[in-house]
Design a protein around this ligand. Structure first.
Ligand SMILES: [Fe+2]
Length: 232
């Protein structure tokens, strides 16, 4: 396992975050073992670009009908610590539907599935590091961590590309959600300013009139303004 922000203690979630109960069981209780890198790891990941369809970045267009919910456009840029763009990175997203239910056999939340929404998409960042995808705003869902525990609305992000030895995983939240203050996962990042980097901003300029609202979420891979990533 790798800690992606070793120079700023407290800026990333700890493996052990007792309020987030499942971290108690999965946090290592022994010192980590560092494995030597092999040539394939040092030369970077290889993944196929060919399988990605142009429509993979539209989660509202994967079925015959349109999904229920509030249509949104999410966009942003992926950059390094100097603000240089990260082009050609594979960005994968997954999320619950508007009712707060994942299309997954382990999700037994008593909320309806949407036959027109699978909740997964992917794309490659453009030459300027930018990306965008269309989806519906996910609903909050209960998760059983403690009594009356609800996850704030969020979209999961995975980023993988040249120069990354393993994929980076994080979650994007929405501004003004009253559940932020109550969520142990969000609050497992001690520094308020750092965890608030995970909250997207409402973007009226990119809103499509009479069609979809827009949110901006920029991702910084390294440095003082690094986006918090989950330690895998
Ligand atoms: Fe989730």
């Amino acid at each position: 396992m790798k800690h992606y922000h070793p120079h700023t203690p407290g800026s990333q979630p700890e493996y052990l975050s007792p309020a987030y109960r499942s971290s108690v069981r999965r946090a290592p209780s022994q010192p980590l073992i560092v494995l030597p890198h092999t040539l394939s790891e040092l030369s970077g990941p290889v993944f196929g670009h060919a399988g990605i369809l142009p429509t993979d970045n539209d989660l509202t267009a994967q079925h015959v009908g349109q999904p229920l919910g509030e249509r949104i456009l999410v966009h942003g840029r992926v950059v390094d610590d100097a603000g240089r763009p990260i082009p050609g990175a594979l960005l994968e997203v997954w999320q619950a539907n508007a009712a707060g239910r994942y299309k997954h056999k382990l999700d037994q939340h008593d909320a309806p599935l949407d036959p027109n929404f699978s909740g997964a998409g992917r794309l490659l960042t453009r030459s300027d590091g930018s990306f965008e995808f269309q989806t519906i705003k996910p609903g909050a869902y209960p998760w059983g961590n403690h009594f009356n525990a609800w996850r704030p609305a969020h979209i999961h992000f995975s980023l993988f590309g040249a120069g990354l030895l393993s994929r980076l995983v994080t979650q994007m939240y929405f501004p003004g959600d009253p559940l932020h203050a109550l969520d142990p996962i969000f609050n497992s990042i001690d520094d308020r300013a750092v965890r608030e980097r995970l909250i997207s901003s409402f973007d009226i300029e990119r809103t499509q009139p009479a069609y979809a609202l827009a949110y901006r979420f920029d991702i910084v891979l390294r440095g003082r303004h690094e986006t918090p990533f989950e330690t895998l």
